[in-house]
Ligand binder design. Structure first.
Ligand SMILES: [Mg+2]
Length: 340
């Protein structure tokens, strides 16, 4: 007779074993002026150190920290990693102390350049040793022209990030990638990119916090998740931002996340198990998460039963598509699934 009962091992959560949580901001922590429901409480209660990663180069780490603190998050500027900080890492490979750097952008870049003992200049005539370019609403033709003049001399060119668009109060506006592209067309060569989806920002965070097992939480596959995959760290996709179920189902192999959660409460909730069953008589395979069921029959992926939560159906559909022996474009995916 057993004298004690062994406790059943509790089901794992997406952040089991994680020592540092890298969080994207827009679509994960806030949307427009408002915090995303459950985000602040979930971050504060996760029991893992949060670090905030932003591609937006227009604000300093201190400004970002102040904004996040206004939602009720506890942090210091050191808990924020910006794309200009990652850009400095790349610039350092090319520069000596005191060198001049032509800055296209705002305070988010200027403070980082000055903190490293380099001199900020704004014209090609000042003979900079490198150009660094990031988004700021004030950037206009004159700055792009100066960058172009300077780059014709062959000096290094680092861009904070390549986002084509940036969401602002009035709608979707041209982002840094679009402005870099204008210069690129004029000078005929490419910038080196620092922000997500390149791995440099993740590396800055990992070094700063000596993280042994970090995880990235993001709302975009082509930046947050792709970057985490490149950096070799765990990735968690949250459905509160830009990318939806259909993007996940059709995602290229390089940007498939390790975990998918509906909102940040999912960070500490047990992961609902995925069941895969082969029906021998038909050769069909069923993928089930919770009450959701998706069938793969040859090239057809169909919804058998929607789950109580959309995220369960999405996970079942992703499993059906991602484990198929042919690429996404070779499959026929039901419209109901692509509407997720
Ligand atoms: Mg985002």
């Amino acid at each position: 007779m057993a004298l004690f009962r062994k406790a059943a091992p509790s089901a794992p959560t997406p952040i089991d074993g994680v020592d540092c949580l890298y969080l994207d901001l827009d679509g994960v922590v806030y949307k427009g002026p408002d915090a995303i429901p459950h985000a602040v409480d979930s971050i504060n209660g996760a029991g893992v150190r949060p670090v905030y990663l932003t591609n937006n180069a227009s604000r300093t780490d201190a400004e970002v920290a102040e904004h996040l603190a206004s939602f009720g998050l506890q942090l210091t500027p050191d808990d924020v990693v910006t794309s200009p900080q990652a850009a400095m890492r790349l610039l350092a490979q090319h520069l000596e102390p005191g060198d001049r750097v032509l800055v296209v952008g705002g305070a988010g870049i200027v403070v980082e350049v000055e903190a490293r003992g380099w001199q900020v200049v704004r014209t090609a005539a000042e003979q900079p040793k490198a150009v660094v370019q990031g988004f700021h609403p004030s950037v206009g033709w004159q700055e792009l022209a100066e960058a172009s003049f300077a780059l014709h001399t062959g000096i290094p060119w680092v861009a904070t990030n390549g986002d084509w668009t940036i969401p602002v109060a009035g709608g979707i506006a041209p982002g840094n990638g679009t402005l870099v592209s204008a210069v690129h067309t004029a000078v005929g060569r490419l910038a080196e990119f620092a922000g997500k989806p390149e791995r440099h920002m993740y590396d800055v965070a990992t070094e700063r916090f000596a993280a042994a097992a970090p995880a990235m939480v993001g709302d975009r596959l082509d930046t947050d998740i792709l970057g985490a995959r490149r950096a070799g760290i765990r990735s968690i996709m949250v459905l509160t931002g830009v990318d939806r179920g259909a993007h996940l189902i059709g995602a290229d192999e390089t940007m498939r996340p390790d975990h998918i959660i509906e909102d940040l409460r999912g960070l500490t909730e047990p992961i609902a198990p995925l069941r895969e069953t082969l029906e021998r008589s038909t050769g069909d395979t069923y993928f089930e998460v919770g009450t959701a069921a998706v069938r793969r029959s040859g090239i057809d992926i169909t919804l058998v039963r929607a789950g109580a939560r959309p995220v369960d159906t999405i996970r079942a559909a992703c499993a059906a598509v991602w484990t198929a022996d042919r690429p996404v474009l070779g499959l026929r995916i039901a419209d109901q699934l692509l509407a997720l």
